[in-house]
Design a protein around this ligand. Structure first.
Ligand SMILES: [Zn+2]
Length: 200
């Protein structure tokens, strides 16, 4: 049975989301057909607001103002620790563990020659700038355990070694399986991984 164009369009949009297959997408779209006009308009308006989402001038996390909720807390910066993550989802995952009290730095991905992502596509220069500007003392590399994550960590290590002041550089440890992504781990595993960070 062919779906009407409007329904087909909505199914197609939902299918673009990670983990949503044809069946689930259809279920979402059908559910929305039961909503009032106001509910549907409100839903689409909220999604449209994502266009206006801003990035923190410092760390790259999302925010409403120039600085995000973490960077605007003085104590977080005073800790002297910066946790380097691939993306915002990983930043949220570490924050959810509740133990980390430093600031973040969102790299915007990892080095991946196959996808044409080189170091200059990432916010590495900005990270080095921030470390110098705020005289940060420790860098925790919380990149996902993958070949690309390893390559990027090694590249960062090299860059950090060249900074004029000495730094403690650590990488999160045990408990994070190879090929896994931080956003899919529970808070306890992340907490353990942070505790088990080791010199790198
Ligand atoms: Zn920030």
């Amino acid at each position: 049975m062919r779906l009407p164009r409007q329904l087909e369009g909505a199914v197609e949009m939902f299918r673009r989301l990670p983990g949503v297959g044809e069946k689930t997408a259809l279920r979402y779209a059908l559910e929305m057909t039961t909503w009032s006009v106001d509910q549907t308009l409100f839903f689409t308006k909220e999604l449209g607001n994502l266009i206006d989402l801003k990035r923190c001038d410092e760390c790259g996390y999302f925010c409403d103002t120039a600085l995000c909720s973490v960077c605007s807390q003085e104590t977080r910066l005073e800790s002297g620790i910066v946790c380097v993550v691939e993306n915002v989802a990983n930043c949220l995952a570490v924050e959810k563990s509740g133990v980390y009290k430093g600031v973040y730095h969102v790299l915007g991905g990892v080095i991946n020659p196959f996808l044409g992502i080189g170091p200059e596509e990432l916010t590495i220069e900005k990270l080095l700038e921030r470390i110098e500007k705020h005289s940060l003392k420790e860098v925790i590399l919380a990149l996902n355990p993958s070949i690309e994550g390893d390559v990027t960590s090694a590249y960062l290590r090299d860059k950090l070694d060249k900074l004029p002041h000495s730094l403690i550089v650590r990488r999160i440890g045990l408990g994070v399986p190879m090929g896994g992504s931080l956003e899919h781990l529970d808070s306890l595993t992340i907490l353990k991984a942070l505790e088990n960070r080791r010199s790198f």
